[in-house]
Ligand binder design. Sequence first.
Ligand code: GAR
Length: 216
Amino acid sequence: MAKTKIAVLISGRGSNMQALIEAAQDEDFPAEIVLVASNNPDAAGLEIARAAGIETEVVNHREFDDRESFEEALDSTIRLYGARIVCLAGFMRILTPWFTERWRDLLINIHPSLLPAFKGLHTHERALEAGVRIHGCTVHYVRPEMDDGPIIGQAAVPVLPGDTPDTLSARVLQAEHALYAQCVALACSGKARVAGERVRLQVREFGAELLMNPHD
Ligand code: GAR
C-alpha cells in the first residue's frame, strides 16, 4: 500500500521526531517522512533528521512580521513536499485557527500529560504538585484551542515515590516515543478517523501500555 507522506514540525531536541524516523524505517510503517521543518534554526533535531537523510527546512518565525505570514510560509513549505499529514513533535509555537482549520483532522500533536489534565507548559512539575499517581502523554488531532482536540491515544505512566520533574519527564518521554509512532501509524492508515469530535479506532489490539479510546 502507498505510504502517507508526512511532515514533522519541531522546535528543539527532536526525540519524538527521531522515534518517528525510526518507526518509519520499518517497511510496514504506513507513513514516509518527506520533511522535517523547524521554526528554530538551532533546533538540535534538524541535525538528527539530516543525518537520517530526511529533507529539512527552517521557517524562522522571527523573520516574519506576524503569525499569519509565518504560518502561510510554513503551510506552503509543507505543501511543497507533498505532505498529507503534519505531526507536531515538540513544536513550541501556538498555531492560529487559520492553520489548524486548514489541516483539520490532518494535524497531530503529542502532549506530555493525560489530557485534558495539565494543558500548557511544565506538565511534569504540575503533575507532581497536584500529587497525581498516574501521569502520561496524549496524542490528539489539533483543534484551535491549545492542547485540545480528539484523542487518538494515551499512555499512562506511574508517578513513583521520590520522582522529580526530570525523572518523571524521562519516564513519560519513553512512553511518548512508543505512543506517537503507534498513533501516527493509525492515522496514516485511516484507522483513526474523527467522527463527532471523537476518534473512532479500527484496530484489534494495542500494546498493553496504551489506553486507547474506549468508545470503539
Ligand atoms: C515532548 O515532551 C513533547 O510532548 C512536548 O515537548 C517535548 C519535546 O521533546 N510537547 C509539548 O509540550 C507540546 N505542548 P522532543 O523535542 O524531544 O520530542
